[in-house]
Write a protein that binds this ligand. Structure first.
Ligand SMILES: NC(=O)c1ccc[n+]([C@@H]2O[C@H](COP(=O)([O-])OP(=O)(O)OC[C@H]3O[C@@H](n4cnc5c(N)ncnc54)[C@H](OP(=O)(O)O)[C@@H]3O)[C@@H](O)[C@H]2O)c1
Length: 310
């Protein structure tokens, strides 16, 4: 099976490419500004906003499946630079979908729990989206483009992704780093989501490829949890004092992009369909620690040599 992963230098895409290549899949991973090398995979640069580049590279690779993880993922950056957000998250997605149509390539699109307004809990796939931020609007627009133009697609809405990355700064990496440095870590008590370990999500995405799963799925961790409680579990697992975690309210932060209060998932559709088991926060964090102890995180970073262009 020939796989093309966009966002190969990002948190999800790098883990996915590393795992897919490790399983012997013919893996092609695209980066944009952060060149990476992945053991067993072919990596190359791609700007998804450039239609001709997208068509040329997809035509050349002729992948069986595209997993589109690339995006401008910071809600505040999207709010401040709407043009960039639209070009990458909407136009870029459209370019990939059109190219995939020509090569009859299955399309897996990563979307977000932030498409919901957060007035409820445990969102299901048939609940009506109502995005609060420009980021979430562009991701939802991407969903619509995929559904309208692809004959063989899977849309995966996911939640806060945590775990090892090459560029650093995932939610768990940030907390651990701050605690290591003895800093006080402010964590929201008033936002509830369903965080998922990156390798757990990557396994589920590879299952979509293997079993040809289609449709719309909410793939998150098994727990609805706020960031402070997540931080507490993490601190305990890594042997740090919880005293360095401070409860804060999201509203006090004055973010550029509005954020929903509760966009936790109901993952019952995923549980019925997938063989992969979706881990709760405690299990996911203890698996994260195991991955580090087993040397996974080091191998990931070792296999992926990021070099920032001068
Ligand atoms: N992280 C989360 O908590 C979360 C939660 C819900 C949904 N999601 C969704 O899950 C997906 C993966 O998120 P992530 O956290 O892994 O993303 P990420 O770490 O922020 O990585 C984003 C990727 O997009 C690439 N990119 C940016 N502009 C590009 C362009 N013009 N052309 C091609 N590639 C471009 C980046 O490349 P360079 O780094 O090389 O520039 C990077 O590889 C996204 O679609 C996101 O919307 C993420």
């Amino acid at each position: 099976m020939r796989l093309l992963i966009t966002g190969g230098s990002g948190l999800l895409g790098s883990n996915l490419a590393f795992m897919a290549a490790g399983e012997g899949m013919a893996t092609h991973a695209a980066y944009y500004s952060y060149p990476v090398k992945i053991a067993g995979a072919t990596t190359f640069s791609l700007d998804i906003t450039q239609a001709s580049d997208v068509f040329q590279k997809i035509e050349k690779i002729r992948p069986d499946i595209i997993i589109h993880t690339a995006a401008i993922t910071s809600p505040d950056v999207c709010e401040e630079d709407k043009d960039l957000a639209y070009r990458v998250n909407v136009t870029g997605t459209g370019n990939l979908v059109q190219a995939a149509k020509i090569t009859r390539t299955k399309f897996i699109y990563l979307s977000t729990d932030l498409v919901f307004n957060g007035c409820f809990s445990f969102y299901r796939e048939d609940d009506t989206p109502d995005p609060l931020s420009y980021y979430a609007r562009t991701k939802l627009e991407g969903e619509k483009i995929v559904a309208a133009n692809s004959k063989n697609y899977c849309i995966v809405r996911t939640a806060v992704i945590y775990g090892p990355s090459i560029q650093g700064g995932s939610f768990s990496e940030w907390i651990i780093q701050e605690l290591k440095e003895g800093k006080q870590v402010p964590l929201f008590v008033d936002q509830f989501r369903s965080p998922i370990l990156v390798t757990n999500l990557a396994r589920a995405l590879l299952e979509i490829c293997r079993r040809d799963i289609t449709g719309l799925y909410h793939l998150g961790g098994a727990d609805r949890i706020n960031r402070l409680d997540f931080g507490r579990i993490l601190a305990r697992e890594y042997g740090f004092s919880e005293a360095n975690l401070s409860p804060v309210a999201m509203d006090d932060f004055g973010f550029k992009a509005p954020r929903p209060k509760d966009c936790s998932f109901d993952i019952s559709r995923a549980k019925k369909t997938f063989q992969v088991r979706f881990l709760g926060a405690k299990e996911g964090i203890s698996r994260l620690k195991e991955l580090e102890d087993e040397g996974y995180s080091e191998q990931l970073r070792g296999a992926l040599h990021g070099v920032r262009p001068q």
